[in-house]
Design a protein around this ligand. Structure first.
Ligand code: BTN
Length: 237
């Protein structure tokens, strides 16, 4: 059972509890839908990237946006555009955020937003988790998670979602008309650990290098032993 709300060109279906909004989104992918948002007050099996679990206690914001992939060019860049949308919107609420490639959003080095982009049939599922009021003490064994409340940002989940959808819509239209250039500039200006040495886990292999920038195709460019190397996936450790 769910309640339905309309916001601009989005239909939002709100559930009390779901296993995972991304899992439920997949169930709907054979239907002729576009701009559908599944929102859950809590999740029992919240999914993160790389098969990890996503902390899904009631009170935080969990939603998935389902888009028709045929209406988007370069859909793999949508996760970076989503991260930028959240980063700019959160800055507007009174803090300074950074984007950790490929698509985490951080406040003072700690993660409050995770994005899980999945392609299923001819749909793109953008699963977004925002720690609005609470966060796990440990994330990957380190004290590196935070929430908006801890950063003195008090915003209701509904307000945050509406603000996100509003800006996301604008960004999607701009992306369809132009290209990634302007988005890329903004992402690079907010890039976590830019010009710093990091360690990247690439499919289980570790690479040490200096972060130079995000490339035109969304890859991360590292400088390793004086040479540039691009990565299309990976996790900054
Ligand atoms: C990550 O950083 O690992 C991605 C986390 C994505 C979590 C969100 S919460 C809403 C949606 N439903 C899920 O099961 N996962 C995403």
């Amino acid at each position: 059972m769910f309640t339905t709300t309309k916001f601009q060109n989005f239909e939002i279906r709100e559930f009390e509890i779901l296993d995972s909004t991304n899992l439920q989104a997949k169930e709907l992918c054979n239907k002729p839908i576009n701009n559908l948002v599944l929102l859950a007050k809590s999740q029992t099996a919240g999914k993160g990237r790389g098969g990890k679990e996503w902390f899904s206690d009631e009170g935080n914001l969990f939603f998935s946006v389902i888009l028709d992939i045929n209406k988007i060019k370069n859909f793999e860049l949508i996760s970076l555009i989503s991260a930028l949308t959240i980063s700019e919107l959160t800055d507007g609420l009174g803090t300074k955020t950074q984007i950790k490639w490929p698509n985490d959003v951080l406040i003072f080095g700690k993660k409050f937003c995770g994005i899980l982009l999945e392609k299923h049939q001819d749909k793109l599922i953008i699963g977004i988790g925002i720690n609005t009021i609470s966060s796990p003490e440990y994330l990957d064994g380190k004290k590196q998670a935070t929430n908006l409340k801890a950063a003195n940002i008090i915003v209701s989940n509904q307000d945050f979602l509406f603000k996100f959808l509003d800006r996301f819509n604008i960004n999607l239209i701009e992306f369809s008309k132009t290209n990634f250039i302007d988005f890329r500039k903004k992402i690079n200006s907010k890039l976590y650990k830019k010009n710093e040495m990091i360690e990247l886990d690439y499919l289980g292999q570790k690479f040490s290098g200096k972060i130079l920038q995000v490339a035109e195709n969304g890859n991360l460019i590292l400088e390793i032993n004086g040479k540039e190397k691009e990565f299309n996936i990976g996790e900054i450790l």
